[in-house]
Write a protein that binds this ligand. Structure first.
Ligand SMILES: [Fe+2]
Ligand SMILES: [Fe+2]
Length: 179
């Protein structure tokens, strides 16, 4: 049985993962409207992944005898200046999520809920990967600057990354599969 303090803290993370999904959806839509189909596809994949992150936590709370709370939806910011602006915001958001998962982990340890702490290890590892992927994309977009050819190539690369991620998710049942 999950304790009330940990249950509340995990429910807050449910809300943050759901918001991440909506944030990336707004960004994907912007990229689609502004001639970056590859970036849009990559962001659409991220939207799906964040929703899975949210669902895993919902199931986890309920499996432990708690009560998952489905949060009210918040509107994400919908206006972005450039592709660089978008990925800078993605990185900032992922860093915020990493910090939030670390805090959640600390709550579990304080409450001696080692089961939840153990479950959160998956999220901790996932955040390392997410931050590192976004940093490398950001480096490449920064290098391209305002050079249209560079940005065009970057968009193609993002399309390939999105395709590879989808294929990996299907093949493995997905490291991100909802269990
Ligand atoms: Fe996430
Ligand atoms: Fe994420």
């Amino acid at each position: 049985m999950i304790g009330k303090i940990v249950e509340k803290a995990v429910n807050e993370q449910v809300k943050k993962e759901e918001h991440s999904s909506r944030l990336y959806l707004a960004m994907a839509s912007w990229a689609e409207q502004h001639g970056y189909p590859g970036a849009a596809d990559w962001l659409y994949v991220q939207t799906e992944e964040e929703r899975i992150h949210m669902l895993k936590l919902v199931h986890y709370i309920n499996d432990r005898g708690g009560k998952a709370i489905i949060p009210a939806l918040e509107a994400p910011a919908g206006t972005y200046k450039t592709l660089l602006d978008i990925f800078q915001q993605v990185l900032k958001h992922e860093e915020f999520i990493s910090a939030s998962i670390n805090e959640l982990y600390a709550v579990c340890i304080k409450e001696k809920d080692y089961t939840t702490a153990n479950y959160l290890q998956w999220y901790i590892t996932e955040q390392i990967e997410e931050e590192s992927t976004v940093r490398s994309i950001l480096d490449q977009i920064s290098l391209a600057g305002t050079h249209q050819g560079g940005l065009f190539m970057m968009d193609k690369e993002l399309a390939a990354k999105a395709k590879a991620k989808r294929a990996a998710a299907v093949q493995g049942g997905g490291a991100n599969a909802v269990t």
